[in-house]
Design a binder for this molecule. Structure first.
Ligand SMILES: *Cc1c(COP(=O)(O)O)cnc(C)c1O
Length: 355
């Protein structure tokens, strides 16, 4: 196998999906399995479908197009708010999109009308995390405008917490979404079918039984892919954390000092290295670097191997405790979400699907 490569265990993804979908079902919550951390990989989507998801969540139209071409007919939710230059593709590729801007929704309405159908949207409300969404007091005025658009059907409200600023989902902020939905339904005479309140940061609230009634839709990525909730990155019960593993190859192994020689300035990325003297060590270079993954999110599977640093194409490790490994051997790593996202989207990392 050509290194570096990442293995994708679809059985583990399927098992993680089933665990989370079953938990959500108990509370009447449908799950959109979010594939964007894997470049919308078809085999990952298929594993999630086998695990019982009702929707696929994706942020990129190119990924959605690939999923469609491979005959996946599960409804697909476009999760990043559309931009003006992709309106036509949004209405032809996505079953539903998440939205928060009047001009965009108007353009979606005009385009879908011209094609003779109605595009479904979920309107996003910002309940404090300060990423996407209308501010609560601007929701009613927006919905009043949108209900008169003939090419749009509002099927629900959504919110996205924790992703940007770590705002923790609570009964109170979830209840705020329910209350807003009730107000909208009364004042605009529409029925909101979905309240899409959560991502992987909502799993703890779910397990505590404190999700308010009427919340019936989650969009789950990391929980399924890496088996973790995302408030404290605790492992989630009955899920596996190792569906993905990154392998890189040793291209140099030498006994060298732990401290560089000479006067020290900035490194390749503008940082000044802070190092301690640990005497001579066995240093190895692996053929993976910042062009391949987010190296800060890698953890060697073997606890006696330590990452010392990385540049664009090289990862330097301390092999002092692992004398048996040599040039040509591969070293395995667990990945966090940032490392997974960058490895899966890097053209330099081979993708190896395991069934
Ligand atoms: C990425 C994303 C998710 C999934 O988040 P996870 O923390 O991976 O579960 C959910 N909703 C939106 C809008 C997203 O962009």
């Amino acid at each position: 196998m050509q290194t570096p490569y990442i293995t994708i265990d679809t059985c583990k993804i399927e098992q993680n999906t089933r665990t989370i979908v079953d938990q959500c079902k108990k509370y009447g919550i449908q799950v959109a399995g979010v594939t964007k951390g894997t470049l919308g990989m078809v085999e990952v989507a298929q594993a999630m479908i086998r695990g019982g998801i009702d929707w696929i969540g994706e942020s990129r139209l190119d990924n959605i197009e690939r999923l469609r071409r491979s005959n996946i007919d599960t409804p697909i939710l476009l999760m990043r708010s559309p931009h003006m230059s992709e309106i036509e593709r949004v209405v032809s590729l996505a079953d539903v999109s998440l939205n928060s801007e009047y001009e965009i929704i108007k353009a979606l309405s005009d385009k879908s009308l011209s094609k003779g159908f109605v595009h479904k949207i979920i309107i996003m409300v910002d309940l404090g995390d300060l990423r996407e969404g209308v501010w609560p007091n601007e929701l009613l005025p927006l919905v009043k405008e949108v209900v008169s658009m003939k090419g749009i059907e509002i099927i629900g409200l959504g919110t996205n917490l924790t992703d940007l600023n770590g705002t923790i989902p609570t009964y109170e902020n979830n209840k705020q979404l329910v209350d807003l939905a009730k107000e909208i339904e009364e004042k605009c005479k529409i029925k909101l079918q979905y309240l899409s309140a959560g991502n992987s940061s909502s799993l703890k609230l779910l397990a505590s039984g404190k999700i308010p009634e009427r919340i019936n839709h989650f969009r789950i990525g990391e929980g399924i892919l890496l088996g973790r909730e995302t408030i404290n990155r605790e492992t989630w019960g009955n899920t596996l954390q190792d569906a993905f593993t990154l392998y890189a190859e040793i291209i140099e192994k030498k006994l060298k000092p732990s401290l560089p020689i000479g006067e020290i300035g900035q490194d390749a990325f503008g940082n000044i290295p802070q190092l301690e003297d640990r005497g001579m060590m066995t240093r190895a270079i692996l053929n993976v670097g910042r062009q391949d993954t987010n190296v800060d999110g890698l953890t060697p599977k073997q606890s006696n191997i330590e990452i010392l640093g990385a540049t664009s194409d090289h990862l330097i490790i301390d092999l002092t405790q692992e004398a048996a490994m040599n040039v040509g051997d591969t070293v395995a790593f667990d990945l966090n979400y940032a490392a997974l996202l960058s490895a899966m989207t890097s053209p330099f990392v081979n993708k190896v699907v395991q069934r």
